[in-house]
Design a protein around this ligand. Structure first.
Ligand code: SAM
Length: 286
């Protein structure tokens, strides 16, 4: 099968199979060889890598991955794409296609089965409607990973890199920065996809830390605090956390912890760094 990175080949496949795009699955297929090469370079795929691809579509990026990696596991939710993938990837025997919802797949088991439990690389042009749950699922389930190189909505890529005090800084920025070093490697305009998305896109590489940049006694509690802080973003931390029923913290206790950190009781969560959230969590739960 000819390279699907070339738009004409993609159009031929879509016509041959009378494929109907499903908006609900966030289907925007890449049709730009330069962008595909860029993603491969950023992910630094070598013949030793086992790659997990989320949402292969008609197999465009999968072809590039199969050319470079030792093994590629592609998880696709849309059953109509499975016969197409069998066709477009027929030349490769280093692939496994799984027809499943990625949010229901046990990714640790995949790493075990296809890579002896060693770290895999995730490479994907993600379905934008579930970007955050996919990323959080990879991190929170402790899937063994070297890196995640993904196409996401530009705004979401920016959010992952944000620093405290900016308007887009939030729970996603903190979670990503706790687990990985984020780096935007390319901005990608809508005309690189078929059909064109309504938003700009970016490729971001998240390189997994072996050891997180801050130490905290109870990681789970820290993320509960972070989520509660940004759920009520416009409130002071004392009110935001004090009102969060699941935390069961008195306003007095929060005020004291903030004082101990040299912070005003009027401070908002959006100004705290990852390090400060870790310290606050240790003071409240340590
Ligand atoms: N990788 C292809 C490309 O670059 O041309 C397609 C990318 S498209 C943005 C997203 C793909 O993810 C679609 O093929 C869609 O059907 C698939 N998808 C959507 N939701 C999914 C889910 N929950 N689990 C697995 N795949 C999903």
């Amino acid at each position: 099968m000819a390279s699907l990175g070339i738009p004409q080949n993609t159009i031929e496949v879509l016509q041959k199979y009378h494929f109907n795009f499903q908006k609900k699955f966030g289907q925007n297929f890449l049709i730009d060889p330069n962008v595909l090469e860029r993603i491969m370079d950023a992910a630094e795929i070598t013949g030793e890598d086992c790659v997990l691809e989320i949402g292969p579509g008609i197999g465009t990026m999968t072809q590039y991955l199969c050319e470079r990696a030792r093994h590629v596991i592609s998880v696709e939710i849309d059953k109509n794409l499975i016969p197409i993938l069998e066709d477009t990837l027929a030349a490769y025997d280093n692939k496994t296609i799984i027809n499943e919802d990625i949010l229901k797949v046990d990714m640790n088991r995949l790493a075990e089965e296809y890579n002896g439990g060693k770290p895999m690389k995730v490479v994907a042009n993600l379905p934008y409607y579930i970007t955050t749950p996919i990323i959080m699922g990879l991190f929170e389930n402790k899937v063994p990973l070297k890196s995640i190189t993904i196409m996401v909505q530009k705004e979401v890529a920016d959010r992952m890199q944000e620093e405290p005090g900016t308007k887009d800084y939030g729970a996603l920025s903190l979670a990503v920065q706790y687990y990985a070093r984020p780096e935007i490697v390319a901005n990608v305009p809508p005309n690189c996809f078929i059909p064109r998305p309504n938003v700009g896109s970016a490729v971001i590489r998240l390189t997994r830390y072996e050891v997180p940049p801050v130490t905290v006694k109870d990681e789970k509690k820290m993320f509960e605090l972070i989520r509660a802080s940004f759920n009520q973003r416009r409130k002071t931390l004392v009110n935001g956390l004090g009102n969060a029923r699941n935390l069961n913290l008195s306003k007095d206790r929060i005020t004291k912890a903030l004082e101990e950190m040299g912070l005003s009781p009027m401070v908002r969560g959006e100004t705290l760094s990852l390090e400060q959230f870790a310290r606050l969590s240790d003071l409240l739960y340590g």
